[in-house]
Design a protein around this ligand. Sequence first.
Ligand code: ADP
Ligand code: ADP
Length: 229
Amino acid sequence: MITLSAVSKRYGNATHAALDGVTLDITEGDFAFLVGPSGSGKSTLVRLLLRDEKPTDGDIHVAGYHLNTMSGRQVPKLRQRIGCVFQDFRLLPRKTAGENIAFALTVIGRKQSDIRVAVPEALAQVGLEGKADRLPHELSGGEQQRVALARAIVNKPSLLLADEPTGNLDPVTSQDIMLLLERINATGTTIVMATHDTHLVDRARRRVIELDNGRVVRDHASAAYLADQ
Ligand code: ADP
Ligand code: ADP
Protein backbone atom coordinates (compact mmCIF):
# COMPACT_ATOMS: atom_id res chain seq x y z
CA MET A 1 0.00 0.00 0.00
CA ILE A 2 2.88 2.36 0.88
CA THR A 3 6.54 2.02 -0.10
CA LEU A 4 9.19 4.61 0.68
CA SER A 5 12.71 4.02 -0.61
CA ALA A 6 15.46 6.23 0.84
CA VAL A 7 13.11 9.21 1.07
CA SER A 8 14.46 12.55 2.19
CA LYS A 9 12.69 15.87 2.45
CA ARG A 10 14.35 19.23 2.85
CA TYR A 11 12.10 22.31 2.97
CA GLY A 12 13.25 25.30 0.92
CA ASN A 13 16.94 25.84 1.62
CA ALA A 14 16.85 24.43 5.16
CA THR A 15 20.17 22.90 6.17
CA HIS A 16 18.40 20.26 8.24
CA ALA A 17 16.41 17.48 6.55
CA ALA A 18 12.83 17.04 7.88
CA LEU A 19 13.05 13.40 6.66
CA ASP A 20 16.40 11.75 6.16
CA GLY A 21 16.71 8.48 4.23
CA VAL A 22 13.40 6.89 5.26
CA THR A 23 12.70 3.40 3.91
CA LEU A 24 9.35 1.84 4.81
CA ASP A 25 6.92 -0.78 3.61
CA ILE A 26 3.34 -0.69 4.83
CA THR A 27 1.26 -3.51 3.43
CA GLU A 28 -2.45 -3.59 2.74
CA GLY A 29 -4.47 -3.99 5.95
CA ASP A 30 -1.67 -2.82 8.27
CA PHE A 31 -2.30 -0.58 11.28
CA ALA A 32 0.83 1.45 11.96
CA PHE A 33 1.44 4.10 14.59
CA LEU A 34 3.87 6.88 13.77
CA VAL A 35 5.50 8.18 16.94
CA GLY A 36 8.38 10.47 17.84
CA PRO A 37 9.02 13.86 19.40
CA SER A 38 7.71 17.12 17.99
CA GLY A 39 9.68 18.04 14.87
CA SER A 40 10.77 14.45 14.17
CA GLY A 41 9.04 14.42 10.76
CA LYS A 42 5.66 12.75 11.33
CA SER A 43 3.56 15.44 9.62
CA THR A 44 6.06 15.73 6.81
CA LEU A 45 5.66 12.01 6.15
CA VAL A 46 1.85 12.37 6.10
CA ARG A 47 2.11 15.35 3.70
CA LEU A 48 4.38 13.36 1.38
CA LEU A 49 1.89 10.47 1.28
CA LEU A 50 -0.87 12.90 0.30
CA ARG A 51 1.38 14.50 -2.30
CA ASP A 52 0.99 17.82 -0.48
CA GLU A 53 4.77 17.91 -0.66
CA LYS A 54 7.29 16.23 -2.97
CA PRO A 55 10.36 14.38 -1.68
CA THR A 56 13.79 15.92 -2.24
CA ASP A 57 15.21 12.42 -2.76
CA GLY A 58 13.95 8.84 -2.94
CA ASP A 59 10.83 7.16 -4.27
CA ILE A 60 7.29 7.00 -2.89
CA HIS A 61 4.55 4.63 -4.00
CA VAL A 62 1.06 4.94 -2.48
CA ALA A 63 -2.00 2.89 -3.46
CA GLY A 64 -0.48 1.92 -6.78
CA TYR A 65 0.66 5.43 -7.72
CA HIS A 66 4.29 6.44 -8.12
CA LEU A 67 4.15 9.86 -6.50
CA ASN A 68 7.45 11.08 -7.95
CA THR A 69 6.28 10.91 -11.55
CA MET A 70 2.60 11.63 -10.94
CA SER A 71 1.19 14.62 -12.81
CA GLY A 72 -0.77 17.30 -10.99
CA ARG A 73 -3.90 16.13 -12.80
CA GLN A 74 -3.62 12.69 -11.17
CA VAL A 75 -3.35 14.03 -7.61
CA PRO A 76 -7.14 14.18 -7.03
CA LYS A 77 -7.34 10.49 -8.02
CA LEU A 78 -4.71 9.59 -5.43
CA ARG A 79 -6.55 11.60 -2.77
CA GLN A 80 -9.80 9.78 -3.54
CA ARG A 81 -8.06 6.60 -2.39
CA ILE A 82 -6.97 8.22 0.91
CA GLY A 83 -9.15 9.31 3.81
CA CYS A 84 -7.75 11.83 6.31
CA VAL A 85 -8.51 12.93 9.82
CA PHE A 86 -6.69 15.57 11.83
CA GLN A 87 -6.42 16.77 15.41
CA ASP A 88 -8.61 19.82 14.70
CA PHE A 89 -11.43 17.90 12.91
CA ARG A 90 -11.58 20.40 9.98
CA LEU A 91 -15.34 20.27 9.53
CA LEU A 92 -17.01 23.00 7.53
CA PRO A 93 -18.60 25.06 10.32
CA ARG A 94 -21.75 26.15 8.46
CA LYS A 95 -22.60 22.71 7.16
CA THR A 96 -24.37 20.05 9.21
CA ALA A 97 -22.78 16.68 9.97
CA GLY A 98 -24.63 15.12 7.04
CA GLU A 99 -23.75 17.99 4.69
CA ASN A 100 -20.08 17.77 5.62
CA ILE A 101 -20.05 14.12 4.60
CA ALA A 102 -22.18 14.70 1.49
CA PHE A 103 -19.96 17.56 0.38
CA ALA A 104 -16.90 15.29 0.24
CA LEU A 105 -18.83 13.10 -2.24
CA THR A 106 -20.31 15.99 -4.23
CA VAL A 107 -16.88 17.48 -4.96
CA ILE A 108 -15.69 14.18 -6.47
CA GLY A 109 -18.76 14.02 -8.69
CA ARG A 110 -20.78 11.27 -7.06
CA LYS A 111 -24.45 11.05 -7.98
CA GLN A 112 -26.99 12.60 -5.62
CA SER A 113 -28.85 9.27 -5.39
CA ASP A 114 -25.65 7.50 -4.22
CA ILE A 115 -24.93 10.27 -1.73
CA ARG A 116 -28.38 9.91 -0.16
CA VAL A 117 -27.56 6.27 0.59
CA ALA A 118 -23.91 6.70 1.56
CA VAL A 119 -24.26 9.52 4.11
CA PRO A 120 -26.58 7.74 6.58
CA GLU A 121 -24.48 4.58 6.19
CA ALA A 122 -21.31 6.47 7.10
CA LEU A 123 -23.01 8.16 10.07
CA ALA A 124 -24.22 4.77 11.32
CA GLN A 125 -20.71 3.32 11.02
CA VAL A 126 -19.46 5.90 13.52
CA GLY A 127 -22.49 5.62 15.81
CA LEU A 128 -24.01 9.00 14.94
CA GLU A 129 -27.41 7.96 13.61
CA GLY A 130 -29.84 10.76 14.34
CA LYS A 131 -27.20 13.53 14.42
CA ALA A 132 -27.12 14.25 10.68
CA ASP A 133 -28.72 17.68 11.11
CA ARG A 134 -26.41 18.98 13.83
CA LEU A 135 -23.93 21.73 13.08
CA PRO A 136 -20.38 21.05 14.26
CA HIS A 137 -20.69 23.51 17.18
CA GLU A 138 -23.73 21.56 18.40
CA LEU A 139 -21.62 18.42 18.75
CA SER A 140 -19.01 17.42 21.33
CA GLY A 141 -15.37 17.11 20.31
CA GLY A 142 -15.64 13.34 20.14
CA GLU A 143 -18.75 13.58 17.98
CA GLN A 144 -17.07 16.08 15.66
CA GLN A 145 -14.17 13.70 15.21
CA ARG A 146 -16.66 10.92 14.44
CA VAL A 147 -18.17 13.09 11.70
CA ALA A 148 -14.68 13.72 10.35
CA LEU A 149 -14.07 9.98 10.43
CA ALA A 150 -17.36 9.29 8.63
CA ARG A 151 -16.38 11.83 5.97
CA ALA A 152 -12.94 10.22 5.65
CA ILE A 153 -14.32 6.72 5.04
CA VAL A 154 -17.52 7.48 3.10
CA ASN A 155 -15.72 6.98 -0.21
CA LYS A 156 -14.29 3.64 1.00
CA PRO A 157 -10.62 4.62 0.77
CA SER A 158 -7.97 1.91 0.86
CA LEU A 159 -5.80 4.06 3.16
CA LEU A 160 -6.74 6.17 6.17
CA LEU A 161 -4.22 8.72 7.45
CA ALA A 162 -4.85 10.03 10.95
CA ASP A 163 -2.65 12.88 12.20
CA GLU A 164 -3.05 13.16 16.00
CA PRO A 165 -6.78 12.27 15.78
CA THR A 166 -7.18 12.17 19.57
CA GLY A 167 -4.99 15.17 20.35
CA ASN A 168 -7.97 17.32 21.40
CA LEU A 169 -9.99 14.61 23.14
CA ASP A 170 -10.21 13.30 26.69
CA PRO A 171 -8.95 9.75 27.40
CA VAL A 172 -12.37 8.05 27.34
CA THR A 173 -13.40 9.74 24.08
CA SER A 174 -9.97 8.95 22.62
CA GLN A 175 -10.55 5.30 23.42
CA ASP A 176 -13.88 5.43 21.53
CA ILE A 177 -12.20 6.92 18.47
CA MET A 178 -9.48 4.27 18.68
CA LEU A 179 -12.14 1.56 18.79
CA LEU A 180 -13.69 2.97 15.60
CA LEU A 181 -10.28 3.06 13.91
CA GLU A 182 -9.72 -0.59 14.88
CA ARG A 183 -13.11 -1.47 13.41
CA ILE A 184 -12.35 0.42 10.17
CA ASN A 185 -9.01 -1.39 9.98
CA ALA A 186 -10.79 -4.72 10.45
CA THR A 187 -12.73 -4.07 7.22
CA GLY A 188 -9.41 -4.03 5.35
CA THR A 189 -8.55 -0.34 5.36
CA THR A 190 -4.84 0.34 5.94
CA ILE A 191 -4.33 2.88 8.74
CA VAL A 192 -1.35 5.09 9.50
CA MET A 193 -1.80 7.14 12.65
CA ALA A 194 0.63 9.77 13.93
CA THR A 195 0.13 10.14 17.67
CA HIS A 196 1.56 11.20 21.04
CA ASP A 197 -1.05 9.15 22.90
CA THR A 198 1.14 6.68 24.81
CA HIS A 199 -1.86 5.03 26.44
CA LEU A 200 -3.62 4.22 23.13
CA VAL A 201 -0.43 2.91 21.55
CA ASP A 202 0.38 0.72 24.56
CA ARG A 203 -3.10 -0.77 24.65
CA ALA A 204 -3.35 -1.45 20.93
CA ARG A 205 -0.07 -3.38 20.54
CA ARG A 206 0.23 -2.60 16.87
CA ARG A 207 3.14 -1.78 14.63
CA VAL A 208 5.09 1.22 15.92
CA ILE A 209 7.31 3.28 13.60
CA GLU A 210 9.39 5.75 15.61
CA LEU A 211 10.96 8.79 14.00
CA ASP A 212 13.70 10.90 15.49
CA ASN A 213 15.29 13.77 13.64
CA GLY A 214 13.76 12.61 10.36
CA ARG A 215 15.07 9.05 10.63
CA VAL A 216 13.29 5.80 11.44
CA VAL A 217 14.89 4.70 14.72
CA ARG A 218 12.47 1.83 15.45
CA ASP A 219 9.96 -0.20 13.45
CA HIS A 220 8.44 -3.06 15.41
CA ALA A 221 5.27 -5.12 15.15
CA SER A 222 3.03 -5.34 18.26
CA ALA A 223 5.03 -2.71 20.12
CA ALA A 224 4.63 -0.14 22.87
CA TYR A 225 4.98 3.65 22.65
CA LEU A 226 8.42 3.50 24.22
CA ALA A 227 11.06 0.95 23.21
CA ASP A 228 11.67 -2.00 25.59
CA GLN A 229 8.18 -2.04 27.12
P1 ADP B 1 6.34 16.43 13.53
O1 ADP B 1 5.06 16.27 12.78
O2 ADP B 1 6.96 15.15 13.97
O3 ADP B 1 6.23 17.43 14.64
P2 ADP B 1 7.24 17.91 11.18
O4 ADP B 1 7.17 17.02 10.02
O5 ADP B 1 6.18 18.93 11.39
O6 ADP B 1 7.44 17.03 12.50
O7 ADP B 1 8.64 18.69 11.15
C1 ADP B 1 9.88 18.08 10.82
C2 ADP B 1 10.93 19.16 10.60
O8 ADP B 1 10.62 19.90 9.40
C3 ADP B 1 10.98 20.20 11.71
O9 ADP B 1 12.35 20.58 11.87
C4 ADP B 1 10.17 21.33 11.18
O10 ADP B 1 10.60 22.55 11.73
C5 ADP B 1 10.42 21.26 9.70
N1 ADP B 1 9.27 21.75 8.91
C6 ADP B 1 8.03 21.23 8.92
N2 ADP B 1 7.23 21.86 8.03
C7 ADP B 1 8.01 22.83 7.45
C8 ADP B 1 7.78 23.81 6.46
N3 ADP B 1 6.57 23.93 5.86
N4 ADP B 1 8.79 24.61 6.11
C9 ADP B 1 10.01 24.47 6.67
N5 ADP B 1 10.30 23.56 7.63
C10 ADP B 1 9.32 22.73 8.01
P1 ADP C 1 -8.60 23.72 4.68
O1 ADP C 1 -8.02 25.10 4.55
O2 ADP C 1 -8.36 23.14 6.03
O3 ADP C 1 -8.26 22.80 3.57
P2 ADP C 1 -11.27 23.79 3.53
O4 ADP C 1 -12.30 24.83 3.77
O5 ADP C 1 -10.64 23.65 2.21
O6 ADP C 1 -10.17 23.99 4.66
O7 ADP C 1 -11.84 22.38 3.92
C1 ADP C 1 -12.48 22.21 5.13
C2 ADP C 1 -12.72 20.76 5.30
O8 ADP C 1 -13.44 20.22 4.18
C3 ADP C 1 -11.38 20.03 5.35
O9 ADP C 1 -11.40 19.13 6.45
C4 ADP C 1 -11.29 19.28 4.09
O10 ADP C 1 -10.70 18.00 4.33
C5 ADP C 1 -12.73 19.13 3.66
N1 ADP C 1 -12.71 19.17 2.22
C6 ADP C 1 -12.49 20.22 1.44
N2 ADP C 1 -12.46 19.85 0.17
C7 ADP C 1 -12.66 18.51 0.16
C8 ADP C 1 -12.70 17.52 -0.85
N3 ADP C 1 -12.51 17.81 -2.12
N4 ADP C 1 -12.92 16.24 -0.50
C9 ADP C 1 -13.08 15.92 0.78
N5 ADP C 1 -13.05 16.80 1.80
C10 ADP C 1 -12.84 18.08 1.48
